[in-house]
Design a protein. Structure first.
Length: 127
């Protein structure tokens, strides 16, 4: 695996100190796997409080995928899949473009969106 995408559920697990999710993040770093967080996911999880020190530490291991290059494609994907969640659509598009796997708390919706992102066939991992 050369890249993975994290959704909001994964970031919240890291923020809560979930040891297995932290071990997974560290294993990505050891194997030099790129960890990508879509900017909309960061916006959904980030509140800027001192209680988010763990999340801040986790983000040091991640790169942030911007929204702007995807804005129109996100809208099109939402229309095709009959979904309204732009964060999930952004996650799906970034995953389809760059990653072999997405770590999500919402595998059903992400999987449905990914079905419209041909020819990508990444793993959808439930966290």
């Amino acid at each position: 695996m050369s890249a993975v995408v994290l959704d909001t559920g994964m970031l919240l697990q890291l923020e809560r100190g979930n040891l297995s999710m932290w071990a997974l993040l560290h294993s990505f770093a050891r194997r030099e796997v790129d960890v990508i967080v879509p900017s909309t996911v960061l916006a959904q999880a980030w509140r800027g409080s001192s209680k988010q020190a763990r999340l801040s530490q986790a983000l040091e291991h991640c790169s942030i995928a911007p929204f702007d290059p995807y804005a129109r494609r996100v809208g099109v994907l939402c229309g095709q899949a009959k979904r309204t969640d732009i964060v999930d659509a952004h996650v799906a598009l970034v995953t389809a473009a760059f990653a072999e796997a997405v770590y999500t708390s919402d595998p059903k919706d992400i999987g449905r969106l990914l079905a419209f992102c041909k020819p990508a066939d990444p793993a959808v991992v439930h966290v």
